[in-house]
Design a binder for this molecule. Structure first.
Ligand SMILES: [Zn+2]
Length: 90
């Protein structure tokens, strides 16, 4: 299965229902920090949230999992350098 790991500022995820339906999701949306996410290039069986990323000039919209959340921007940047992970600033 193809995927891309990338570091992006993401809200905390509560569940797949999303902020329009779930109150906890709305609460979690306010908590945004750099996260290491894995974006899947093909649709999966599970209901996962969806995000947009740019790889070079290619826009990818795919389901993702959050693998890790960083406590600070500095920690995210250090991780990106150490592991050669793409990081996007928006
Ligand atoms: Zn929820």
């Amino acid at each position: 299965m193809e995927y891309i790991d990338i570091i992006k500022k993401m809200p905390r995820i509560h569940c797949a229902r999303g902020p329009e339906i779930c109150g906890k999701c709305r609460e979690y949306m306010k908590d945004i920090s750099f996260s290491l996410i894995r974006v899947y290039l093909e649709p999966q069986q599970e209901a996962r949230p969806i995000t947009e990323i740019y790889v070079g000039c290619r826009k990818i919209v795919g389901e993702y999992d959050i693998l890790k959340r960083f406590d600070s921007d500095k920690e995210a940047k250090e991780y990106a350098i150490k592991y050669g992970t793409d990081i996007t600033f928006e």
